[in-house]
Design a protein around this ligand. Structure first.
Ligand code: C2O
Ligand code: CU
Ligand code: CU
Length: 424
């Protein structure tokens, strides 16, 4: 339901079956359906009411990844709904246009519930996103691309217990928007892909098989200041990247989005246009946003240090495992602090950890002491660090409450690689 300045949704977590493979029923979870979820669309300034309903036979929570809402609305592990329970949340959208998502967050069960299909997208629109000269017609030239890898048992089931890996569950089957063997058949035009890596642990580095250039226009928290021309994008678990691809530049009638190892991600087939060449677009958007990072913030000294370490059962943050009764840090609402995040290299080498904070969109100040690259110059809620890497990030919480910070390899999170910060 919607009027000019308010909107309400009902979101039910449910279980069902879904025909991922022709002729077989896979037991799945989904929001308002059998598998994955709807795209929730809200505008900056709107009052939003969401009725949350847990129709599962197990506890769950509803977390709004990337959304700046009060801590008690953000669906962390402390906001459990038991089977059959329901709750309303209300908030006003305060942040700028962005592509966010939602997923469950119950302690020790997040990996399983996301793997079985609980994930949906949340788009925020604003005056800027509605007037910029970029593709913005949903399903016409503006497409969500939810990347997930899963392993199915011989009878095509998502048996998480069987395939689970403590260091992150990977899969041999790639799904896009819940579909195996996806393809896109489309007119030759400019398109926008809103890529979400909704995998439990796998990172993707995407490029086109013809090596064409395209433009990244947004990261986790919204538009970059200007389009960043590139040939590849990297998305770690939970990260988003929006890109614009000019399909009029493709020679021949096919091009395929591929992963770094050249495995097929999305084949695109270009339809022969029926004598209606796309109307000449007006001038392309050159300026997308006006983010700044003042010298004052850049030169602030680090006030919070986060050390990500360990593998398997030993994963930890600053030597500790998550304890719901422990507050690790405090910060004042609307005050910017610089956090230093370090992925500690150990004798085994270690692994990448995508570090995520709830309730904020932060800015990257430095990576290993240097200016961040263009693709990390916008707002972020997750930053993936390689072993030995260190980042400085400027963090501000516009709302109050208790928020989680954690590694977004879901099995690391479920293994306690998580802490809490109280904002007041
Ligand atoms: Cu998408 Cu606490 O995470
Ligand atoms: Cu989150
Ligand atoms: Cu991790």
């Amino acid at each position: 339901h919607e009027d000019d300045n308010s909107i309400s949704y009902t979101i039910r977590a449910q279980q069902g079956t879904y025909e991922i493979f022709d002729g077989t029923k896979t037991k799945t979870y989904g929001y308002n359906g059998d598998f994955l979820g709807p795209v929730i669309r809200v505008k900056k300034g709107m009052d939003v009411k969401i009725d949350l309903v847990n129709d599962l036979n197990e506890d769950t929570t509803f977390h709004w990844h990337g959304l700046e809402v009060p801590g008690n609305e953000d669906g962390g592990p402390d906001k459990v709904l038991k089977p059959g329970e329901a709750e309303d949340i209300h908030f006003t959208v305060q942040q700028n246009a962005a592509t966010l998502w939602f997923h469950p967050h119950p302690m020790h069960e997040t990996g399983k519930q996301v793997f079985k299909g609980l994930a949906g997208m949340l788009y925020i629109d604003d005056a800027n996103s509605e007037t910029l000269n970029i593709p913005k017609a949903y399903g016409v030239d503006d497409f969500p691309i939810i990347l997930q890898d899963k392993t199915f048992t011989e009878d095509n089931q998502l048996d998480y217990e069987k395939v689970m890996n403590e260091d992150g569950t990977t899969g041999d089957t790639l799904l896009i928007n819940g579909v195996v063997d996806p393809r896109l058949s489309i007119d030759r035009k400019k398109v926008r892909f809103r890529v979400l890596n909704g995998s439990n642990m796998r990172s993707f580095t995407l490029h086109f098989d013809n090596n064409m250039e395209f433009q990244q226009i947004a990261s986790d928290g919204g538009f970059l200041n200007k389009p960043n021309t590139t040939k590849e994008i990297e998305v770690a678990p939970s990260e988003r990247a929006e890109v614009i691809v000019d399909l009029t530049k493709v020679k021949g009638n096919a091009v395929t989005l591929v992963n770094e190892d050249n495995t097929k991600i999305l084949p695109i087939h270009l339809k022969e246009s029926q004598g209606h060449p796309q109307t000449k677009t007006t001038k392309e958007a050159k300026t997308l946003n006006d983010l700044t990072l003042s010298n004052e913030i850049k030169n602030k000294k680090v006030t919070k240090t986060i050390k990500l370490a360990g593998m398997g059962k030993d994963v930890n943050i600053n030597g500790k495992k998550f304890d719901p009764n422990r507050i690790d840090f405090t910060q004042k609402q609307n005050e910017t602090e610089v956090w230093e995040i370090e992925n500690v290299k150990d004798s085994m080498g270690g692994m990448n950890h995508p570090f995520h904070i709830h309730g904020t969109q932060f800015q990257v100040v430095s990576i290993d002491g240097k200016e961040p690259p263009e693709n990390l110059s916008g707002l972020k809620d997750t930053i993936s660090l390689k072993p030995g890497q260190k980042a400085g990030i400027a963090v501000k919480f516009p709302e109050k409450g208790v928020y989680m910070f954690h590694c977004h390899i879901l099995e690391h999170e479920d293994n306690g690689m998580m802490g809490q910060i109280k904002v007041d």
